[in-house]
Design a protein around this ligand. Structure first.
Ligand code: GAR
Length: 178
């Protein structure tokens, strides 16, 4: 049973849904995240930081809600907040993230822009287990894409996302089968 955390457009959430994976809950740090509209048929909830005394309290509430929905595996699909131990200790070794670079290179929220600025010839997509760091934790799968002359943030990100949309459901399916 999968819970998905989202902050943005939700194309990776869509890929998980399209793959027929058992998504039973979707949560966001933003009530206005467009991704939430993609999962109208499953329980959804927003856990905005402003509603809680601190990040740990928010994360504990979000983890408790996911557990109530029967979630066993959490997938971060464009979730742009760092998870605190209050969340991770409730899902030990059961949180995965997708990131638009060849980690450990270019972690963080601006990976695509930073790769273009650095002039790298290759980028890629990484799926990894989440720990308390920023886009750190053991890599589960990684695939390269070329950076092409004239690439913009949008064109490079689209090329990476095309890979993410295949790689993330593959890895999640394998984890569900364990
Ligand atoms: C994806 O490219 C994902 O790898 C990235 O945000 C995008 C979300 O797109 N995540 C990170 O940068 C995490 N550090 P989506 O909302 O369309 O799935």
């Amino acid at each position: 049973m999968i819970g998905v955390l989202v902050s943005g457009g939700g194309t990776n959430l869509q890929a998980l849904l399209d793959a027929g994976l058992p998504v039973v809950a979707v949560a966001s740090n933003r009530a206005d995240a467009p991704a939430l509209a993609r999962a109208a048929h499953v329980p959804r909830a927003a856990f905005e930081l402003a509603t809680y005394p601190d990040r740990a309290a928010r994360d504990a509430a979000m983890a408790d809600w996911l557990r109530e929905q029967g979630v066993e595996l959490v997938v971060l699909a464009g979730y742009m907040h760092i998870l605190t131990p209050a969340f991770l200790e409730r899902f030990p070794n059961a949180v995965v993230n997708v990131h638009p670079s060849l980690l450990p290179d270019f972690p963080g929220a601006h990976a695509v822009e930073e790769q273009l600025a650095a002039g790298v010839a290759e980028s890629g997509a990484t799926v990894h287990l989440v720990d308390e760091g920023v886009d750190s934790g053991p890599v589960l799968a990684q695939e390269r894409v070329p950076v092409l002359p004239g690439d913009t943030r949008e064109t490079l990100h689209e090329r990476i996302k095309a890979v993410e949309h295949r790689l993330l459901p593959e890895v999640v399916r394998e984890l569900c089968a364990r």
